[in-house]
Design a protein around this ligand. Structure first.
Ligand code: CUA
Length: 294
């Protein structure tokens, strides 16, 4: 059989095209390492995320010099962390490689980082893992692309990529303070600061009490805690007409880098103040002013 030279050429070209299509599809499905969220992996209980090893500890965790894991819970209609109206934004340092682990505690959502290739369904009981490399400081929006209910259109969050010097993983673990103090005496408050980063860092810690702010700092080893003590001369504070002094200890990270709370508050009773204003009973014990003011 005689086949015309042009016909042969076209037959070969068509065959090559078919082989090319199959090759690109195979490469896209297997070669890029993209895995679909499916039920072959170990599932988790969406109603018991608090007890889960990863999702019981939401937020940013350092895993290597420039590597971070971020554990996120999606739920109607927020990301925790991420949605700034109810939680902290997700804050990460520049030039970092970040893996987001996202799950849902109710219905199917998605986790899409606008401007990156991060875009996955988020299914209750399953974990969506996505790795992205961040360069210069920038801000990225998180969007939900799966219809998930009446608030779907407003389900969003923020990822802030900040300069390295502004990024810390400090949190206030606890504050020890006297329960009461005689006005004029010294008051001591000791704050325990945790550093979850993999390197030693110095934390700036502020104490606000009365109308004064005291500044202090503490250098904390990697993955460790350190304490910083404030000594406040209550005689220098305006304590007139006060029953108690409210205090707030804040670790200044320069940005809301930590998902863990960076502040702790409390109050210290001022001995001999307050009670007399509400009057005393015949037997001399103080009365509460539950019936309102005199
Ligand atoms: Cu969540 Cu749409």
């Amino acid at each position: 059989m005689n086949i015309h030279a042009y016909e042969k050429l076209w037959l070969i070209a068509a065959l090559l095209l078919i082989v090319g299509f199959v090759a690109t599809i195979t490469y896209g499905a297997v070669g890029l390492g993209i895995a679909m969220v499916d039920d072959s992996e170990e599932t988790l209980d969406p109603n018991a995320l608090d007890e889960h090893e990863r999702f019981g500890d939401l937020g940013v965790h350092q895993t290597g010099e420039n590597q971070y894991d971020v554990n996120v819970r999606a739920y109607q209609f927020n990301y925790d962390p991420g949605t700034t109206a109810v939680h902290d934004p997700i804050v990460l340092p520049e030039n970092s490689e970040v893996t987001f682990y996202v799950t849902s505690s109710d219905v199917i959502h998605s986790f899409s980082l606008v401007g990156t290739n991060v875009n996955s369904m988020v299914i209750p009981g399953e974990v969506s893992a996505m790795t992205v490399e961040f360069g210069d400081p920038d801000e990225y929006g998180i969007l939900c692309n799966e219809y998930c209910g009446s608030g779907h259109h407003a389900m969003e969050g923020i990822v802030q990529v900040v300069p390295e010097e502004d990024f810390h993983l400090f949190s206030i673990e606890s504050v020890d303070a006297h329960e009461s103090v005689e006005p004029g005496d010294d008051l001591e408050l000791t704050a325990t600061v945790a550093n979850d980063a993999l390197a030693e860092e110095t934390a700036a810690v502020d104490l606000e009490i009365g109308d004064e702010t005291y500044e202090n700092e503490v250098t904390v080893d990697a993955e460790s805690t350190g304490t910083v003590t404030f000594t406040v001369d209550t005689g220098s504070l305006d304590t007139d007409d006060l029953e108690a002094l409210d205090w707030t200890v804040t670790v200044e990270s320069g940005s809301p880098a930590t998902f863990d709370d960076g502040t702790e508050s409390g109050s210290v009773d001022l001995e001999g103040q307050g009670e007399d204003e509400t009057g005393t009973d015949d037997d001399g014990t103080a009365t509460e002013d539950e019936e309102g003011d005199e």
